[in-house]
Each structure stands twice: as C-alpha cells, then as structure tokens.
Design a protein around this ligand. Sequence first.
Ligand SMILES: *Cc1c(COP(=O)(O)O)cnc(C)c1O
Length: 393
Amino acid sequence: MHLIDTLEARMAQLDAQHLRRRTRPTQSPCEPHVKLNNRDCLAFCSNDYLGLANHPAVVAALQEGAGLHGAGSGASHLISGHSQAHEALEHRLAEFVNPQFETCRTLFFCTGYMANLAVTPALAATGEPTAIFSEALNHASLIDAVRLARGARMHVYPHGDLRTLETRLAQETATNKLIVTDSVFSMDGDIAPLPQLLALAERYGAWLIVDDAHGFGVLGAGGRGVLEHFGLKSPHIVYMGTLGKAAGVGGAFVAACPQVIDWLVQKARTYIFSTAAPPALAHALCTSLDVIAGLQGHSRRQHLQALIAHLRERMASSSWRLLSSDTPIQPLILGSNETALAVSAQLEAQGLWVPAIRPPTVPPGTARLRIALSAAHSINDVDRLADTLKALQ
Ligand SMILES: *Cc1c(COP(=O)(O)O)cnc(C)c1O
C-alpha cells in the first residue's frame, strides 16, 4: 500500500498548488463551436489552425481510406505495415517541402512526439563524438529526445540567445554537432531566429534540427512552414512537421537529405518498434495537403492572419497584455496558477473555453491562458472573446 499512500499524498500536493490536470471530454468534433459538458461553447484551445480537423473533404478522404485500406496497418513499417498509402504520402510530402532542400526525402511517423524521440538520438548514434545544443524553451518531446541521446554532450542555451549558442559552438570539440529547436514556441507563440541559427550551424559545421509543429501549414505563403517563411534552404536542416495540428489529422514527418532518412530507417526506434499508423490516416493526409497547398489553404492562412491582427488590436486597448506573437498562439500571462485557473473558469462560465497552461508546461510563475486561433474562427468569435475579457478586467 505504500505506493498508493505516496500517490495520494502527491496528488494532494498538486491540488494545493493548483496543478492537478484533468481531461475534458467534448461531445462534438474539433471546431471553434463545440459541446463541452453538453453546453455550447466557443473554444480557443485547439491547434487545428486551418480548421481541417472536421473539413468535409478530409473527413470523406478518411472514410474512403478506411474503405480502401481497412482499419489498421497490422505491423510496423519494416515488417508489413508500410502500405502504398504511406508511401504515397511520403512522396507527396517530399514534393511539397522540397523547395526548402537540395533534395529531400521524408519519413512518416505516428506522432510528432515519436518523430522527435527518433531524430536526435539517431543522429547522435553515429559513433562520432556528438554535442547537442538545445534551446531552453523546446517542447517536452525534444527535451526527452536529448535525454535519450546517451553519450552526447548536452548544452542548453537560453531562449533566443544566439551569442551564448555561438560561444558554446566555438568551444565544442565534438565532430558531430546538432542544434535542436522549436520553430514556433508552443506556449509563447514567438518564432525562433532560424536564419541566424542556420548561419551558425553552417559556420560551425553543425546540423539544425527544426520542430515545426506549429508552423507547418500555417507559415509561408504556400503553407510549407517556417523554412518557406524565412526563405531558407539548406542540406543541413532536418525538418519535423506534425500532421495533427494544421493538417487536421494526426502523425508527423521528418524531411531531410536521403542519407539522413536512410539512417533513420535503420536507427529510429519509435519508427522501427511501433505499429504503423492506419493507412487511412495517410490517405486523408494527402487530401489535407491538397487543401493546404491550394487556394483554400491560401485564403484560410490570410483569414487566420486577419484574426490574429484583429485580436491583438482589440486587446491593445484593454489592460490585458498579450505576449508579442505573430502566430495563432496568443498567450496571456497571468502569473500564478490560481489566477490562470480562475480567469479560465470565469471565461468558461461565459461559454468561452480558453485553457490555463501551468508548470511544468511553462516556467513557475508564468501560468497563462493560451489563446489559440483557427481559420475556422470568425471575426465575431474573436470579438466575443475580446469583449468578454474586457468585461473581466
Ligand atoms: C504538439 C507538439 C509536438 C508533438 O506532436 P504530436 O504529433 O502531437 O505528438 C512536438 N513538438 C511541438 C513543438 C509540439 O507543439
């Protein structure tokens, strides 16, 4: 019984610190207008930035994919689980992101978490002395990936601190150097200085591993993500894009030069030792990519930018201060866990769902509301959020 007693004591501590986390079941698909506790609610929570999670064409493609390929893949990719649908998606993704590389191939993973857990440890397992330079605000999956890269020397550089990074790169004697960073920081919404990071990578012979979970589909005129946004192209980039956020379905991919992809197929443990995602997902994702790359994607990105500008303009005339961000992630820092939970609960009482984000997801003392906008929101939706927040101030 000792373990149960300990767990109960720990949970009581979490409660006292306002840190207990809970799931909230919804009774409707992922959209701005959802049913929560069987009540209509306007949500600013999801990472469905382009509104594709319940897009009729994507839903139809998922159904069609199940008809064509069945429900499950039955095995890992290297046994018998790699279907023509996975193959087609990898080719389609490579074509889509290729302008940002010399030549690239892609590898599809079940989730972004798994893709991240694969890449850094695999690239640190070449037998060469390896050093990893990890940005302080990286996503938990990148932090775990760095921990899994046993034997590598680890440097964590402060958020956006190019000078410290350069000093450490210059001092490092390892022959294999990996810089690992989020592109859009998931809880702050700011964008990493990738042109400068790439310049440092090239100057010091390092590789740049970029997690574009919040940029893929959203950033760049064509929705190709952060590399397109900055006009970057380099064979020294290993790019990870997730497919459960703007692409609206699930999964992730890594894009890199063919040698890196070949190596991942040999060494990426989350790829090798896990059942391939249902092929129907890959089939549906090809339709998501059509939408992202097409006119609809273009107009959805434009609408999203208009919503971001509108929210920031409305909030500028209030006493609430949004963090500086040009992305759909618009955080409102509140400080204590208790305040963040209280404001979130007050909004919910008014039919608005904005999640409170607390440590350890964010540093202690910086609990916040993470307002996430989607192209599926209307200007009216944003006005309702701004009006309700203003009434609370
Ligand atoms: C969501 C997220 C991931 C994980 O992707 P999943 O496909 O949800 O597992 C990785 N990195 C960042 C920055 C994320 O926000």
